[in-house]
Design a protein around this ligand. Sequence first.
Ligand code: PXG
Length: 291
Amino acid sequence: MLINLNGNLVKKEEAVVSVFDHGLLYGDGVFEGIRVYGGNIFRLNDHINRLFNSAKYIMLKVSLSKKEMIDEVVRTVKANNLRDGYLRLVVTRGPGDLGLDPAKCPKAFYFIIAAGITLYPEEYYEKGLSIITVPTRRNTSEALNPQVKSLNYLNNILAKIEAKNHNSLEAVMINNEGYVSEATGDNIFIVKDGVLITPSLHCGGLNGITRRTVLEIAAKLKIKTREDVMTRYELYTADECFLTGTAAKVIPVVNIDAREINGGKPGRVTGIIFREYMKLTKKMGVKAFKD
Ligand code: PXG
């Protein structure tokens, strides 16, 4: 496995970062999780745009242009001959003296890992997940905007821990107003009376690329969609529910806080969306290989 460390392809053992990197010391940095399907880097341009927006929000100057970053991602995929897998693209504030001030870090640092990832065991794509809502609230937009994919994921990690403490694989996070925002690393959708509904972005969910793709698929299939506020009531009384994310793809949810959804079985619309999504994964994006 070769890791791209600031433009140099190095062996895994040599891929190390400084203990003075503010990405490590303060979670000061941004990242993207990207998938490769059959040599196609799925929606790479969208990921790069989101990365640069996250960087802009935290006033982090990426040392490459968007185009150069895309080229580095492609180069890393090729060097690893990665036809199917997962990419983790990280930009940190870089090494600098101790102290919060980002001005202590003269130059941002980046690395790209090309590897595999499984978020949920395969069986759950067939039988669906049982999930719970947790006490930890999603960060408010005015504290740390959830649109920013920063290296500071403790808000989500705490929710994940709470879920696992209750033997649940995933948590639904509620915002401070009591509205559903998202899962810890996935967006959430429900189907109610034939309408596909997902929380509006101002409720505190990431503007997920899988979420966007699912909304586009629904539009194409003439399935009605709505982005709206949603409480636990809407979750509990949904006809279907599923989560979306780069790592998770589209995964059915069949139980929320001990309320069965669709009699405990993955729903029909969920299945349709999943299959359409999988078709698109090999089409939309940047092809890393010529064949
Ligand atoms: N919400 C949050 C908080 C996320 O981190 C999503 C939603 C889904 O967004 P995309 O663009 O992927 O549809 C994410 C993305 C991991 C991992 O390592 C997490 C994500 C993506 C890839 C890997 O757990 N989260």
